[in-house]
Ligand binder design. Structure first.
Ligand code: GTP
Ligand code: SPV
Ligand code: MN
Length: 612
């Protein structure tokens, strides 16, 4: 048995509540050793992981790792929000009683870390000193070293955050136990995995995976699910799967901030790392605040809606990342950045990595390359056309490595929000951008965000599903209550942000994307800011304001006039069909505010009136 007291003393971890928590779970899981870690331990832990074969070198200061082949994405069916109040049950949160789930998880965790080290990771999911910092402290316990290495990149890790709390008991208790990955029946009837947030007890219990959001508990489990629940319970804030960027206009000297939700693997990281198109590069600069999570609140003094990124790093999708689509991402994983690649293709002789879309075709010399499962590509049958890298393969790097990181990304204040955008992968109907001034219509639009499923979660790719605010997998409580809370938080701001729905993913009949996307996505965003400033008028449609061709800066954009017409037009008949689906979608939710239904009826009526 581990000597918990000695390990905590050695690390100088004094908070008595943290010590109790560590002791309880050290006993339950039967861990042999306890090690309290901080960001300063990174180099040593990297070396240990290399020695143990958990990481492999990938050139200077870069590392490669492979997860168990059945453990490559979040599992939404196995993810549960448990509380002591049945009113917290929503359509998407897979609610269960805390009294049922806690014992079940404890049973699975009992003795499951025997012979292993239990790492204690004290972390903070906010810039230090931020208004929401009281909800940002947590301690993750994990039995997996690579999880520690990821957490050090993705969150601020240091013991002092836990010793400086006003209320020593106010931290999130997060326990991660990997379990025997080869015998968990992943995806079968006998699936043993459970990813549970006991939200009203601020306790996270995850068992059965060491991948991404299943295992880095500061990120999704705390940063989104627990954060959302806390924000609602305290009536103070929203925790959303949003990217957050700044746009600086050199000509006027003004700074704008836009946040927005796109479902998993739908473009948040790419948008946040965006380089302005060459023709706009002298005038505009885009800076990165966050690419996956934003917490939003109203500043008591200024009355403005503020946003901050609780994370400290990027866990980015590798697929299709290349010099043309995202040079910023490539530089954020340059040699010496200490980035970690997961589940990409790897060449152990040269240390090189590769993923689909990294270069137009895979490396010519197949010999020496391993696919993401570790199988030599030279041994593959010709008939095997499966990808070299897993579609959800990722890179992990800290914010400071991102070339366009905002100068004030770590500042306590956060930034004022000018616009909130939503966008999914939708192959038709949704135009390039449509702007919405009204708060209830904006929230209604977010709640009816539809998108095609992606590889970031287990399930079928390409099937259309609703993903309210891109938060469906992270919803912590009832959707009607969520809508009301959203209206309350944003509605309290003095200077209302403008809302917009964007779509980079409309396709032609031949399947190709109509809009070039990536860097050119800045153009509709600039139009949106101009609209908010009253510098352009756009064209009012039943579903929002759409830019005219003249208003949109299209200099140097590779698009035909026909395709441009398509992405700036509203197909009334298709939209009316969609309205019926939306009514059905909204009807599932309890306590949906009347203001949302009114917005729905206004849009439906505008579409009918516009028909003739
Ligand atoms: P999560 O980390 O899962 O939440 O994903 P994300 O929303 O940050 O998605 P990301 O930016 O990593 O993009 C996912 C995939 O979409 C990548 O393969 C990108 O290359 C692709 N993508 C991003 N932006 C665009 C775009 O404007 N057009 C097209 N066609 N593809 C894009
Ligand atoms: C997502 O799936 O939206 C992610 C990756 O950001 S994970 O951390 O695995 O949730
Ligand atoms: Mn995400």
């Amino acid at each position: 048995m581990a000597d918990v007291e000695a390990a905590l003393d050695a690390a100088g971890l004094k908070n008595p509540k943290v010590r109790e928590f560590v002791k309880e779970y050290a006993e339950l899981t039967g861990a042999e050793r306890i090690e309290v870690v901080s960001a300063a331990d990174d180099a040593r832990l990297i070396q240990e992981a290399l020695d143990a074969g958990e990481l492999h070198p990938s050139g200077e200061g870069l590392y490669y790792s492979r997860s168990y082949y059945k453990d490559t994405a979040r599992s939404e069916e196995r993810t549960i929000v448990a509380t002591n109040n049945e009113l917290d049950k929503g359509v998407y949160n897979n609610w269960r009683p805390a009294s049922e789930m806690k014992p079940m998880l404890h049973e699975r965790m009992r003795g499951a870390s025997a012979g292993k080290t239990m790492y204690v990771i004290p972390y903070l999911m906010s810039p230090p000193g931020n208004a929401l910092a009281p909800w940002a402290a947590g301690v993750e316990l994990t039995d997996t070293r690579t999880v520690v290495l990821h957490m050090i990149r993705m969150s601020r890790v240091a013991a002092h955050f836990l010793d400086e709390l006003d209320d020593p008991d106010h931290f999130v208790r997060a326990v991660h136990v990997t379990g025997d990955l080869e015998n968990l029946g992943q995806g079968t009837e006998a699936d043993q995995r459970y990813f549970v947030t006991v939200a009203d007890e601020r306790t996270i219990l995850h068992f059965g995976s060491s991948y991404g959001g299943n295992a880095l508990l500061g990120k999704i489990a705390h940063g989104l699910r627990q954060g959302a629940y806390d924000g609602w319970a305290s009536k103070k804030f929203l925790a959303e799967q949003y990217m957050l960027i700044g746009i600086h206009d050199n000509e006027t000297g003004k700074d704008y901030h836009i946040c927005g939700g796109f479902p998993s693997a739908s473009g948040k990281t790419n948008l946040a790392m965006m380089l302005a198109p060459d023709v706009l590069g002298e005038r505009y600069h885009v800076s990165f605040y966050g690419d996956d999570i934003a917490w939003l609140w109203v500043d008591e003094e200024s009355g403005r809606l503020m946003g901050m990124n609780p994370e400290y790093g990027v866990f980015g999708v590798a697929k299709d990342t290349n010099e043309r689509t995202n040079p910023t991402a490539l530089h954020s994983i340059d040699p010496g950045t200490h980035a970690i690649f997961t589940n990409v293709a790897y060449n152990p002789t040269t240390g090189e990595v590769w993923w689909e879309g990294r270069t137009p075709s895979p490396p010519e010399e197949v010999h020496g390359w391993l696919d993401w499962t570790g199988s030599p590509l030279a041994d593959r049958k010709d008939s095997d056309s499966s990808p070299w890298a897993h579609p959800n393969s990722r890179f992990t790097t800290t914010l400071a490595n991102v070339p366009n990181i905002a100068k004030d990304f770590d500042a306590a204040a956060g930034v004022p929000i000018d616009a909130i955008i939503f966008g999914g992968r939708t192959r038709d109907r949704e135009p390039l951008v449509r702007a919405i001034h009204d708060l209830a219509e904006g929230v209604y639009d977010g709640l009816t965000l539809g998108a095609e499923a992606t590889a970031a979660a287990e399930g079928k790719e390409g099937v259309l599903r609703y993903d309210p605010m891109s938060n469906r997998p992270f919803m912590a409580y009832g959707e009607g209550d969520y809508a009301q809370h959203y209206l309350d938080v944003v509605g309290a701001a003095t200077d209302q942000p403008i809302f917009a729905h964007v779509n980079w993913f409309q396709r032609g009949d031949d399947g190709r994307f109509l809009w070039p996307g990536y860097r050119d996505n800045l153009r509709p965003l600039l139009w949106l800011l101009q609209l908010r400033n009253g510098e352009v008028e756009g064209r009012q449609t039943p579903v929002g304001i759409v830019p005219t061709k003249e208003e949109l800066n299209l200099e140097g954009v590779d698009i035909t006039p026909e395709d441009l017409d398509t992405i700036l037009s509203i197909d009334n008949a298709r939209w009316q069909e969609e309205m019926a689906n939306r009514a059905e979608h909204l009807e599932q939710f309890e306590r949906m505010p009347e203001a949302i239904w009114e917005a729905h009826r206004r849009v439906a009526k505008a579409l009918e009136d516009d028909q003739g």
